[in-house]
Design a protein around this ligand. Structure first.
Ligand code: ADP
Ligand code: ZN
Ligand code: ZN
Length: 829
């Protein structure tokens, strides 16, 4: 525990928050009351006073008066002065400390550090970290400690305390909920407090129960051969079971085998059916999986991981299919064996069933999934479950970095380069990789950053220290990386090929079915066409609320033709005539997933095509179901967007086609090349993961583009070298640092004025090492009727004091204009 006067120190010497009472009587408490819908943000944070005889620490769970009730709360921070508008006589005292140590060590230091670095309020950080309703279902209980009561000492305490003691003594376990005692005895709390102080009773929160365990029927195979008395159907069942590792959920076997008639097999003693725990995972596999014998580079990597010191982060650089996941699994096993837990972060769209299944197959019911799509109840359950401290593996997306694992032994970020690890739109604008490093330093555990295409930041850092660079240069079983063919679409046109599919892609698709293989086609846009314009007058149909064109959506013949805005989701029926000149000749430009699927069906009627994008996978379980159809071989071609780039490991996919790479190459952003290289390499990596060699066909109008060249030759290092030189010359990350200030509001002039005020202040008050670019309108100036301006600040060297520099800027912003500070922005558009 910290000293009474300790202030927080996390890597930086100065911090505004204090951990314990230092004679400041005011305390901000995050209270447990339903979020009032129509009110100001901070209605859940109330100010209380701390009675002189009570020691409160930040992070303590408290009971506080609220109206006529007593409710739960978390001590957030001490205040030197009362907030404006509050009078001393309005402030009520904290009632009691219910429990200490509800959060893992250093948890509040971590949240505080995030608040400072990203220049946001602590409560904003608390909101992303803690599940809502954390306290709501908490229950405070009082337990007698008979051994601590000196014989005969009871006569010296107050009548109230004596009454409580006698109530507790009459209960078998000496244990009642505080609520019960309060109902029984008036002012019971004074007595409880007295007894807690004497150490005769203890106050605790009901121990977190593990997640509601659901039972489900599982069937297990007991034989290893095929006895002669099996009927043909029974033989088929045994075969399926064997193929699945000898154990399956009953409904799944029933579905695969097409029968529910297992009784004869049970009677013969060949299988048993019993109830098993069903994890709250969407996963349903339970086949056991054994550690694989590592290749020599996997072994080297694993050994290096095991010698990492606490707080160090290493890069595991391995091409797709090189066996990184196997290294993670074997790195985690000893962590669990040592009674610690591991945190595995994956990109939002990387949280595929395939990945979680592999972890479950290895670690069984010690694997939990934690991500933002969980319901409030599920999040809450997982949270409480984690606090029990049992060794476990949490797999989750960005916000899982806040998982309250008490004995954290390792943090892994898979596909560490992925931009979904950064929260860009909401506050705080944290990056899970940055937070992971802080957390690892606080908890003295290592971080593993895995990627086939590491971010330039991580690459540069690992180059500085060779012991932190671990490489898996080859695919497992020396499977070759797929051959990448670049097709110049301008030539195709010259040759008179007006189809979306080049000759090369077309002929590969034609032979696909005969060979029993599968293909993935990558399209960078969903929808049908990226925009619609009039051939007669050139009018482009635009969103009335945003400065962007509308996309044409047409799912199937006969369906309603729609136009949709991909920024605000505005939709309208596709007009028959140009709204401007009445001409009936509207033309579609650009290609989306729907159009590719339609053309594919037209040109290759034999191929069975499945579309996989955010339109078809909106439903929570849809991605899993669609992918299963594809892996089961019900379809030949999967057509999809960005969602396809991650984690798909399907043996029979031998062909990957990129419809038009150009959509990825041209963006105003300084990271456009890096992102394009990563996406194309990831997509290409989906090909040839099985026995048969894979082939990638990239269609483009600019085959000479350096990114396309680097992808073709799988030349990560060459690409990085050129790209780093450019970044260095312009002082962009990973050399310089960036902070983006974004302004938005309905009144365009007010937004512009606010941006100008703030920019002027920065010019006047920030030191000369800050380069101030702007203010300028955002690339798309208006989205959902809100005007958007921004200022980009560039700093050579390390950032310090972000909070102190940027916080005062907020006062320069006009009413109804919002200002957001994005520290280390990934997109500047
Ligand atoms: P990555 O995560 O780098 O894409 P994976 O860990 O998914 O690679 O490995 C690719 C494939 O190779 C998987 O099917 C995996 O089961 C298999 N694999 C990984 N390591 C080994 C090994 N040492 N021996 C045999 N197969 C392996
Ligand atoms: Zn027109
Ligand atoms: Zn719009």
């Amino acid at each position: 525990m910290l000293d009474r006067h300790a202030t927080l120190t996390v890597a930086e010497p100065r911090t505004p928050y204090q951990l314990t009472t230092t004679g400041q009587p005011w305390l901000e408490v995050l209270v447990d009351r339903p979020y009032p819908r129509d009110s100001q943000e901070d209605q859940q944070i109330l100010t209380y006073s701390v009675p002189p005889d009570l020691t409160v620490e930040i992070g303590d769970i408290l009971s506080v008066p609220f109206g006529s009730q007593v409710i739960g709360g978390i001590a957030l921070r001490f205040l030197e002065n009362l907030p404006a508008g509050l009078e001393e006589n309005q402030i009520r005292p904290v009632e009691d400390v219910i429990t200490k140590g509800f959060f893992p060590d250093n948890y509040w230091q971590l949240l505080t550090k995030i608040a400072q670095y990203y220049a946001t309020d602590l409560i904003t950080v608390v909101r992303v970290a803690l599940p809502t309703g954390l306290l709501r279902s908490s229950q405070r209980r009082i337990r007698l400690k008979p051994e601590a009561i000196p014989p005969g000492a009871e006569v010296f305490c107050t009548p109230l305390s004596r009454q409580i003691l006698s109530l507790l003594k009459n209960q078998k376990e000496g244990d009642y909920s505080a609520k019960y005692l309060q109902e029984k005895l008036k002012n019971a709390n004074y007595g409880i407090r007295d007894l807690v102080k004497r150490g005769w009773v203890e106050s605790y929160l009901e121990a977190p129960k593990s997640t509601n365990i659901k039972q489900k029927k599982a069937i297990t195979l007991l034989i290893t051969d095929f006895p002669a008395d099996l009927t043909e159907n029974q033989r088929k069942i045994v075969e399926i079971l064997r193929h699945q590792g000898g154990e399956m959920w009953l409904p799944e076997l029933a579905e695969l085998a097409g029968t529910k008639h297992f009784k004869p097999l049970i009677d013969k003693g060949y299988v048993v059916i019993e109830d098993r725990e069903f994890l709250r995972l969407s996963s349903s596999i339970m086949s056991r999986d054994q550690p694989k014998t590592l290749t020599s580079s996997q072994k080297q990597a694993l050994e290096a991981i095991q010698t990492l010191k606490g707080g160090e982060s290493a890069l595991l650089h391995g091409v797709t299919g090189s066996g990184k996941t196997e290294v993670y699994l074997q790195a985690i096993a000893p962590i669990l064996a040592a009674g610690k837990s591991a945190l595995v972060l994956v990109p939002e769209i990387g949280l595929t069933p395939q990945l979680t299944d592999r972890f479950v197959a290895r670690f069984g019911d010690r694997v939990y999934v934690y991500h933002s799509a969980l319901s409030e109840g599920e999040r809450y359950d997982t949270w409480r479950q984690m606090l029990t401290g049992t060794p476990q593996v949490i797999i989750g997306t960005r916000s899982a970095i806040f998982a309250p694992l008490p004995h954290l032994g390792m943090i892994i970020l898979d596909e560490e380069h992925d931009s979904s690890f950064k929260q860009s739109q909401l506050l705080p604008t944290y990056h899970a990789r940055t937070v992971a490093k802080w957390r690892a330093q606080l908890n003295h555990c290592p971080v593993i950053l895995g990627s086939a295409t590491p971010s330039l930041e991580t690459w540069l850092e690992s180059q500085a220290n060779p012991s932190l660079y671990l490489s898996l240069p080859d695919r497992i079983q020396n499977r070759p990386l797929p051959r990448v063919e670049i097709v110049d679409m301008r030539r195709e046109l010259q040759r008179g090929n007006r189809s979306l599919f080049s000759q090369s892609l077309g002929s590969s698709l034609e032979t696909l079915r005969d060979k029993g293989e599968q293909a993935i086609l990558f399209v960078s846009r969903r929808g049908h066409s990226t925009f619609v314009s009039c051939r007669s007058c050139g009018y482009v149909l635009e969103c009335p609320h945003c400065d962007v064109s509308l996309s044409y959506h047409h799912t199937e013949p006969g369906a309603q033709e729609l136009l949709r805005c991909h920024y605000c989701n505005y939709g309208r029926i596709h007009p028959k005539q140009c709204p401007e000149c009445g001409s009936p000749y509207l033309k579609f430009f650009g290609t989306g997933t729907q159009r590719v699927t339609q053309e594919l069906t037209k040109e290759f009627p034999d191929l069975r095509c499945l579309r996989f994008d955010s339109d078809t996978t909106r439903n929570k379980n849809a991605p899993r179901e669609l992918l299963k159809l594809f892996t089961d071989g019900e379809f030949d071609v999967l057509v999809g967007t960005q969602m396809l780039t991650k984690g798909l490991d399907i043996d029979r996919v031998t062909l990957v086609g990129v419809m038009a790479a150009d959509g990825l190459l041209y963006h105003s952003d300084y990271r456009a090349s890096e992102r394009a290289f990563q996406t194309l390499t990831q997509v290409a990596g989906r090909a040839g993961r099985g026995e048969t060699e894979g082939k990638v066909i990239i269609q483009t109008y600019t085959p000479e583009h350096p990114v396309i060249r680097a992808v073709q030759t799988h030349d990560y290092e060459g690409f990085v070298e050129t790209e780093l030189m450019q970044r260095e010359s312009l002082n962009y990350p990973p050399y310089g640092s960036l902070v983006l200030i974004r302004f938005s509001g309905l009144d365009g002039e007010a937004v512009q004025k606010s941006a100008e005020n703030v920019a002027e202040e920065c010019v006047n008050n920030f030191g000369s090492d800050w380069d101030i670019l702007g203010p300028a309108p955002a690339t798309i100036m208006r989205v959902a009727n809100r005007y958007r301006w921004q200022i980009l600040l560039k700093l050579s060297g390390e950032k310090a004091d972000i909070d102190r520099l940027f916080r005062p800027l907020k006062s320069l912003v006009l009413p109804k204009v919002s200002m957001a500070i994005d520290v280390d922005p990934l997109t500047i558009e």
